[in-house]
Ligand binder design. Sequence first.
Ligand code: ADP
Ligand code: ADP
Ligand code: ZN
Ligand code: ZN
Length: 786
Amino acid sequence: MAEIDDRIRVRGARIHNLKNVDTELPRDALVAFTGVSGSGKSSLAFGTLYAESQHRYLESVAPYARRLLQQLPAPEVDGITGMPPAVALAQPRSAPSVRSTVGTLTTLSNTLRMLLSRAGDYPPGAEHLDSDSFSPNTVAGACPLCHGEGVEHEVTEDSLVPDPSLSIAGGAVASWPGAWQGKNLRDILDTLGYDIHKPWRELPQGERDWILFTDEQPVVTVHPVREAGRVHRPYQGKYSSARRLVLKAYASSASETRRRKAAEFMVDRTCPECGGRRLRQESLRVTFAGYAITELAAMPLTELAAVLRPWKETAGAAGALAAEITARVEVLEELGLGYLSADRPAPTLSTGEFQRIRLATQLGAGLFGVVYVLDEPSAGLHPADCEALSGILRRLRDGGNTVCFVEHDLDIVRGADWIVDVGPDAGEHGGRVLYSGPVAGLRDVPESVTRRYLFQNILPATPGLPERPAHTPRGALELRGVTGNNLRDLDVDVPLGVFTAVTGVSGSGKSTLLAKIAEHAADRATGPGRVVWVSQQPIGRTPRSNLATYTGLFDTVRKLFAATDDARAFGYGPGRFSFNVVGGRCQNCEGEGFVSVELLFLPTTYAPCPACGGSRYDEDTLRVRYRGLTVADVLAMSVEEAAGFFTEEPSVSRALETLAGVGLGYLRLGQPATELSGGEAQRIKLATELQRRKVADTVYLLDEPTTGLHAHDTDVLMGRLWELVGAGATVVAAEHDMRVVATADHVIDLGPGGGSAGGRIVARGTPARVATAPESRTGTYLKELL
Ligand code: ADP
Ligand code: ADP
Ligand code: ZN
Ligand code: ZN
């Protein structure tokens, strides 16, 4: 009898830089994928394992769509056996939908609605409502005035007449359409006896109100004024107020441009009917434990659980639903998310918070026999929270699942059952599995970069020592009475000319403080001058922007192509080599290189454009070669390759070398902005900054710059940041990696907890000083390293 195979076996994986990889993983285990940035971890975990599972799933649920499926790129792998169904908890490089909230992501919103519907206190005589009536997204629940939006779009005199010194004839009513329509309205007012030549502000208020807001639509006979000697014939003109015209354009215009234009003349104000709470009055009057559903949804989850906990033991619906909500919230609290509220919009969450919410939700779903694939579950987590995270991952495994995760946090990696180390380096120099086995065995693999960090504590090289700052501050930014989110009337001094790490558990207020520092530093009166926020926001929102366009490098490349003999013979200018404008780009995909494939019931997927094969250009453009390469070939080169190729173009090669210097040598020039991780985007921006000459007197702010970085890449990045400090800049970074914090000049530790339990300064000073601060949770972890 054949033995049951308890291994997942991968043969011949070749996607991206993977070099025909064969490997085996145990099932029902915690499997960590490690390696430097660009080594191929995600290509193996997501691009191969998850993609293959997804492909099989699509084939099984949608046989009718087989023909469509053939257009999708199949995972480049010879075979995978023993693979259970896979669930990706946060696909790297994807964003949550705009409409969702913490409550909808966790399904807590549904349970809260049921609680109010079945167990709420109703006003005397009121009818019981079904749970839909507590959702602003249903007709039954939505406030009738704002349709559940919570805001009302209105026009005001200020929004319609931005410059009251103008006369009506001079264009005071800015929202009026141009050309004939505007002249028509002006002539009607003239006919009606209004003074169209007086400055707007000198007209009586009553007249101004009528012109802007009246609901009347008088019809008058207009005798148009003579213009340039031409006599116009009289006609019947109907007046409509400016408000009426704007609201009509906003509500009914089919053209998105016209709608947007109309919106410019409107202001949002809180809906007077529901006070921004989005629900109809009948629903808002129902309470549980004295709170309306909107109040329960606005509480930090920790507080919500505290309100509901006493009800757990009661009989009936109230008891069961309260128990369900508290159990779910407890998992979220364990993952360090108790400071979030159910009504928090998903787009304001960090990717780390988002992924941990999905993780908690999966735990509640109680699936077994599944492969979970996670991208850096520790992102955004303080080491104190990482211990709880490890616990949660173990619970998923013990429930009978395989948990695969790409991870850099050394403590979490050490706690894995199995490690797959990919490398040794990035891009072309990576793509091999150096080791796949129990963690301890990696010790015997000399080629592994991960090995160096996993088995000993190496700190990044710094100009100073942890107990003695390398740089002497040149004064400080003195922030007084800082208030925002959970920061209340905080006084902080941020030393200038040194490297400061802002620490604290998730939700303690680090990002909020950075934003306040940015405001203060940029203030002309008090601040030191230039502030550069090196964020993790994408460098572009569409696949049309990429590294080459963002850095300006592509302009030079296009000029080089236009200067070739071929291009001159064909009459092609630089624009011909752009994929953003009509000309040389592929007409089928309009220069995107891929087309979307719509499968019934399934999320949109993308396939390479069949016309250009993904090259983005038409055939004629690709006939032009610069030193043997087409423009598509150039976009396909990695930064490192391109730096070698463009040695004769100093401006291009300098830009490329700076990018390689922040550890991005493996990125392809044409890699779409939408495929880059937040950390990669951040390092591209940093590289752009590093090329500027004026860095002294600049304050650089970075939010968790080491997210997504292997310890080795962190060391490379820190080298660059120290160079900035050395050149006189101030660097302030929110940071969780204790290796980095241990080498900072100055530490500001926020806390002690998240949300309302945080927002205070727990400790500050040198790393050595913070390490001994009794109340500091950061101190505990820092001490281990110093
Ligand atoms: P890691 O997860 O270890 O950081 P990746 O698997 O993301 O590495 O990338 C490995 C290599 O594959 C890199 O050289 C990267 O530039 C390349 N790569 C990543 N995504 C794509 C893609 N969509 N198309 C082509 N190459 C890619
Ligand atoms: P950290 O960066 O330390 O994780 P944040 O500054 O992001 O902490 O958050 C501090 C507090 O402010 C938390 O209670 C968080 O929920 C709240 N907060 C942060 N951003 C927003 C936002 N966009 N809307 C509402 N609350 C927010
Ligand atoms: Zn309303
Ligand atoms: Zn195409």
